[in-house]
Design a protein around this ligand. Sequence first.
Ligand SMILES: C[S@@+](CC[C@H](N)C(=O)[O-])C[C@H]1O[C@@H](n2cnc3c(N)ncnc32)[C@H](O)[C@@H]1O
Length: 239
Amino acid sequence: MRNLPLVAFLMVAAIQIGICSEDGHYSQKEPSRDGTGKVYMGREISQVVSQHAIGWLERRDREGEEKPSLVIDQLEVEKDDVLADIGAGSGYFSFLLAPLVPGGKVVAVDIQQEMLDFIESKKKLKKVSNIETHLGTIEDTRLPADTVDLAIMVDAYHEFSHPREMLSSIVEGLKPGGRVVFLEYRGEDPSVPIKPLHKMTVKQVRAEAEAVGLEFIEVRDFLPIQHFILFRKPTTTKQ
Ligand SMILES: C[S@@+](CC[C@H](N)C(=O)[O-])C[C@H]1O[C@@H](n2cnc3c(N)ncnc32)[C@H](O)[C@@H]1O
């Protein structure tokens, strides 16, 4: 190809001025408030909520505001299932999930060791033995392949800095037929009192999940301010 040096020059220039990233899935723009400036499939990725927000994640009125107990009734899990709470934070959901799987376990995955330390102290306090804390990286859950029955991400996915790599890694960790739940504040609804980059639309979640081969099952809108969006890992891989 005669124009190869020109193409290579333009690509390097594009990367340098932030039009596209090296792997082609991401681009960069001027960060908006609470944003990273990194764009994936038209969506700006939000900043990560730090361990200083543990008090907010554990707030007393969370049940009243978000009705997390209703989510538990919708999960349809078996007593010996392995559940993965990805982006577990302080473990608010991990502790709601643990009683569902007395013969199985909840793997609480996060990239902040301080979050996992908080979960460990809460486990001791509450005498809970079936939650396992697990340190992932920004692009890899580091879960063993084909081991998870259900992965859930609560108010977390929109802040993953490498959403495509994270979803691929989640798919790898799921058993064939295993399910993924996205719980995200409703991006279509301006009355949901959450900063825009911390919300997601169903259309956006579907596009990003289907891009890594997850099969859409359904949206269940029974929560006051969040979507419950369900997907499945195919039982057979497409050739
Ligand atoms: C807003 S908090 C939500 C915590 C929890 N799910 C809840 O609802 O209480 C999001 C969490 O995702 C974590 N996180 C961000 N990127 C991650 C990644 N690539 N893998 C795992 N966790 C991640 C952050 O460290 C943070 O603890």
